[in-house]
Design a protein around this ligand. Sequence first.
Ligand code: C2E
Ligand code: CA
Ligand code: CA
Ligand code: CA
Length: 279
Amino acid sequence: AKEKGRNQVQLFDAEMNTRAISLVKIENELRYALEQNQMELHYQPQFSLQDGRLAGVEALVRWNKPGVGLVYPGDFIPLAEKSGIIVPLGNWILETACRQLHAWQWAGFYNIRMAVNLSAPQFRQFSLAGNIADILRELALNPDLLELEITESMLMEDMDIAITTMTELNRLGMHLAIDDFGTGYSSLAYLKNFPVRRLKIDKSFVKDLASKSGDAVIVSSIINLAHNMGIAVIAEGIEYESQHQRLRQLGCDEGQGYYLARPMPATEMEKLLQQESSR
Ligand code: C2E
Ligand code: CA
Ligand code: CA
Ligand code: CA
């Protein structure tokens, strides 16, 4: 047995070993960050493009790293997914977002929707729906206002598991949105198999909307087909007035982007909610 063990060790080259060690290091760092309350959620508003009303927010995680400042999710979520720490981190994100939604409801903001991003390993967990159900039950929270964002690739990876999970989440009253729509391999035709409430048109399509006519055709057909299937559409990455206007003309339901509002801490979001409710 000893001999075998030694042979196996030789299978790993130095580079792989270094990578494994640094992944363990990052996992420990992220676990510690979670314990030390260094993670926080910011919220980016989502507005109706038809009447300008604030419809919901998307929760976006940040790591407030001492001595460094805010670290953005692009710099740690992929590592968290590789190391497995994404599961406890993802649960913390879900719970924090639900608590925030609950707090806003208690403050009288009844109709604000909360969108939460799920990562692939989280989505593959059999306990996901049960975990969320537990949080909702504990808070006596109406699941109708909770929206879970998953990407196309998460759907396509294992369709059977995806359909089972989505049906279960749907049965519990939650809604699903397909994030970064148009960047993956799926087509709208696939969507009829899934209980989807909303499509988020990826920001790459929004980017050249006002200038490139090709993208307007794509965006327009996504909107029309989605609407024909009873699915709502939100565009992300709206940075300019011209994009905002074009999306309105094309009949897009909602929008999100720096032009409308940046992601912000909960306290700032509350001020916006106050303003909205008094207008
Ligand atoms: P995403 O889900 O596509 O989120 C939208 C990203 O676009 C956010 O970046 C947001 O700050 C940014 N954004 C918003 N408006 C604009 C705009 O007008 N222009 C441009 N160029 N960007 C805009 P952020 O917060 O850095 O998040 C990056 C990605 O990290 C997210 O992409 C998502 O995939 C992931 N992520 C963020 N929070 C979470 C989370 O809580 N859980 C998981 N699993 N992933 C998360
Ligand atoms: Ca998202
Ligand atoms: Ca997105
Ligand atoms: Ca993205």
